[in-house]
Structure formats: structure tokens, C-alpha cells
Design a protein around this ligand. Structure first.
Ligand SMILES: Nc1nc2c(ncn2[C@@H]2O[C@H](COP(=O)(O)OP(=O)(O)O)[C@@H](O)[C@H]2O)c(=O)[nH]1
Ligand SMILES: [Mg+2]
Length: 224
């Protein structure tokens, strides 16, 4: 029985990887930079994206978002207020997004008309690590309210990302956030990881984050 469960799981992951590879080729051809945001629920993915979408638009960039959640379209409505194209993916009990869900929700979108596509994954620090969505950049968020030890507790996820964003820095003092421990733990799991520190409330750190995204898009276009 155990063997069959493992085989089934490997089959699902292999199928996901194939679809993700096709998506990645499609995104590269269209010249759109795709960013997958992963974190536990409440870390501030939607809040960071609300600000990111608005500020990219004010830089003249075209950005859109796909938002995963078990139920409700609350996050999609929050993000759509920025004026950017947004679609909600309801997974109805599944704890992560899969490449097939992303592909299905792109129907009718002209990807060539976009510079950036953000994917907000389902809030979860375990399952999303195994599912490639065809993204160029995978970002883990770690809020100052969660505890500095999360990278050590969820190494598979933090090891699978390109970038970390420490969020809610406006609350760092109140939470007695140990910044150097957080940086050390992130580096222990993912040596040399690129780290940003932001507050979606005050806007602190947003410029560095946005400059990084713009630079990454230029690199991706040059490579594509
Ligand atoms: N003080 C503060 N609160 C934040 C920040 N970012 C998000 N929040 C709050 O944290 C809660 C969860 O944020 P949300 O963006 O919905 O998290 P998500 O579940 O990861 O998408 C909300 O009440 C937000 O207002 C921040 O930078 N500073
Ligand atoms: Mg959210």
C-alpha cells in the first residue's frame, strides 16, 4: 500500500513538472516575468502584492496576478482594486497551486501584453515547495510576527526559493524580532539567498524590491 501511494505521488509530480515546463516556455516566449509567492497564511502576500501592483503600474509596467486560496475571492478583490488584471483560483481543499490550475486560469489572457505575472500561492509552508508553476522566481515571505526559526522548521520550502522577503518590518520592535537570527537562519538553509525587508504598511523597503523585479525582467528578456 505504501509503495502504491509513493508511486501515485511521483506520477502526479512528474505530470506537474511537464506542465510547468510547458508554462515556463510559454512565459519566456511572451516575455512575462512570473513570480510565485509562498508563505504561511497571514504573512502578508496579498498586502505586498497590492503595493507591488500599484507601484509597478506607476512605473509604467504592466502587471497581473493569479491568487490561490482554498475558498473565497477576498484576495482577488483586494488586488483588483489596483486596476491590474486579477484572477482567483479556488483550490477547494487542495493546499497548494498546481501547474494545471495556473494554465487553466490563463485562458483568454494575452500574456504578450504583460510584463509581470504574480502568483500568490495558497498559504502553506509545506506543500507548495513540491509544485513548480513554471515561474522564473520563487519567493518565500517570512513575517516578523512568525518567529525567526521558520526557515529551520520548514527547510524544504525555504530551500526551494530564489528570494526571501521579510515582511511587516514596521512591527519588528513590538515583536522583539531578532533580525540577525532570521538572516542567519535563511542563509543556513539557502546560502547566499537574496533577502528583502519590507513593510506593506509604511512602504519601507519597497523600492529595493521593485528595482530587483525590474532588473530581473530585463535579465529574463535578454536571456529569452
Ligand atoms: N503592520 C503590518 N501589517 C501587515 C503588513 N502586511 C500585511 N499585514 C497585515 O497582516 C494581515 C495578513 O495580511 P495578508 O496580506 O492578507 O496575508 P496573506 O495571507 O499572506 O495574503 C492583514 O491584516 C494585513 O493588514 C505589514 O507590512 N505591516
Ligand atoms: Mg492572501
Amino acid at each position: 500500500m505504501t509503495t502504491r501511494i509513493v508511486e501515485l505521488r511521483q506520477g502526479i509530480l512528474k505530470k506537474n513538472d511537464e506542465l510547468a515546463r510547458e508554462l515556463r516556455e510559454r512565459f519566456t516566449r511572451a516575455g512575462v516575468l512570473v513570480v510565485n509567492l509562498v508563505s504561511s497564511p497571514g504573512t502578508g502576500k496579498t498586502a505586498l502584492l497590492e503595493r507591488t501592483l500599484r507601484e509597478l503600474q506607476s512605473r509604467g509596467q504592466r502587471a497581473a496576478a493569479l491568487v490561490g486560496d482554498l475558498e473565497t475571492d477576498n484576495d482577488a478583490r483586494r488586488l483588483a482594486a489596483s486596476g491590474a488584471p486579477v484572477r482567483q483560483i479556488n483550490t477547494h481543499g487542495i493546499c497548494h497551486l498546481e501547474a494545471e490550475m495556473v494554465g487553466r486560469h490563463l485562458d483568454g489572457w494575452e500574456l504578450g501584453g504583460l510584463d509581470y505575472l504574480f502568483i500568490e500561492n495558497v498559504g502553506n509552508l509545506v506543500c507548495p515547495s513540491s509544485y513548480d508553476l513554471g515561474e522564473k522566481i520563487r519567493v518565500a515571505l517570512l513575517s516578523v510576527t512568525e518567529g525567526e526559526d521558520k526557515p529551520l522548521k520548514y527547510p524544504t520550502l525555504f530551500n526551494s526559493v530564489d528570494v526571501a522577503v521579510i515582511t511587516k518590518t514596521d512591527l519588528a520592535q513590538a515583536c522583539v524580532f531578532d533580525r540577525s537570527a532570521a538572516l542567519r537562519n535563511l542563509n543556513e538553509i539557502r546560502p547566499g539567498i537574496r533577502i528583502f525587508e519590507t513593510s506593506a504598511k509604511t512602504g519601507a523597503g519597497m523600492r529595493d524590491w521593485l528595482d530587483y523585479l525590474c532588473a530581473q525582467r530585463s535579465v529574463a528578456l535578454a536571456q529569452g
